[in-house]
Design a binder for this molecule. Sequence first.
Ligand code: 6PG
Length: 478
Amino acid sequence: MPAQIGVTGLAVMGANLARNFARNGYTVALHNRSVAKTDALLAAHGDEGDFIRTETLAELVENLEVPRRVLIMVKAGAPVDAVIEQLVPLLEAGDIVIDAGNSHYEDTRRREAALAEKGLHFVGVGVSGGEEGALLGPSIMPGGSRESYDALGPMLEKISAKVDGEPCCAWIGTDGAGHFVKMVHNGIEYADMQVIGEAYDLLRSGAGIEPAEQAAIFADWNKGDLASFLIEITAEVLGHVDAKTGKPFIDVVVDSAGQKGTGRWTVVSGLDLGSPVSGIAESVFARALSSQRGQRAEAQTALEGAVSEVALPENFVEDVRQALYASKLVSYAQGLDMLTSAAGEYGWDLKLDEIASLWRAGCIIRAELLKDITKAYAGGARPANLLFAPAFRDAIAAALPAWRRVVATAVQLGIPVPVFSSSLAYYDGLRRDRLPAALTQGLRDLFGAHTYGRIDAEGTFHTLWGGDKSEVAAVDTH
Ligand code: 6PG
């Protein structure tokens, strides 16, 4: 019997996706550049379902039903192009090439256009959930043509995570839409982890609460508004004791955070779109600063750290919980706002309720909160900003006094809280009736005749700063 899908690239993510398809009753043809990996997978898990062992891409393709579905799971970048180049001559019009790696959405747009010219479908799929998710049910964000989704979507839905039987998988939109949404998911993942880190630092360095006790606090927080995978595993990591030293595990880990690029891509894309994803940006910068180990070491003696004496607010732990919740909400609001901007730019009809809904389970940012976010956009409701949805507007208003106290306390203690504070600045910036951007405009007009608008008249204007300071209507030079 021919296979319904072929998987090439059998490192752990590819292998686990292949096993997931097989466990769900599909026949899966397997290929890897070195056959040893294919054989290792078959030896360990060959009894989980129907697999076809192949040694070459040509053999993989020969073993597939038509339209052929070939899923590539190799390192993002040049390796994806290399596999596509070998694969394309082996395929026929109507076949579907799937890239399930963390590819950049612009690469996906380019590849989709190139393959479409040959009559092939190229589907960039965002897959979240790590190794375990890939095996047991990830959150899946497929882009590409609607037609390709008809042939592929049901299979992806079947292997995805479920919430009350509903799959965490839906067609996102054409060309790079799936990878774009996965990229923003990862940006939010960065911010989520950074706000957790800021809360931990405040509780440890501000309130002197040791990791073991914090593990219990995070486990408790996981029962309320903050319930989420990342809070749950924070309790696990903070509770872990290093076997070698008997110290808290967290104290023996080098405090430099790595990054593979998706957070940075989100920020670059946010800058290009003019979308203020400040929380995500601060998270990426916080990782970058953590990695400047040389400068950080020198700063221990080079820089003064005078801080004010400050009494901690009475219910500091609860205040931190609320600040964490509010800052997390802002990150989601910023990420979703960026999706709206991208939809306009790239002509995607991104459905925010569906996207929030498929992030409810399987993925790294899965959280109770996403159920309410799904509801906020349900039935075509489109609040201009997530924070305007009544449930969130009220939640953030309730958290606001605690949030301000925490940021003020952190500043006085000299504990950096870049996402807590930038999220609060975003919130205050949004709601302020007059921003100092008016002054920026005045300065730009003075030094560069960049012109400005008036609050009381249509058009653009320029003041003759070097002359009699009279105002003239600006001439459109474009
Ligand atoms: C997921 C994760 C996954 C990966 C990140 C890690 O959704 O399953 O986001 O894609 O863990 O890419 O990214 P960094 O190494 O940049 O933290």
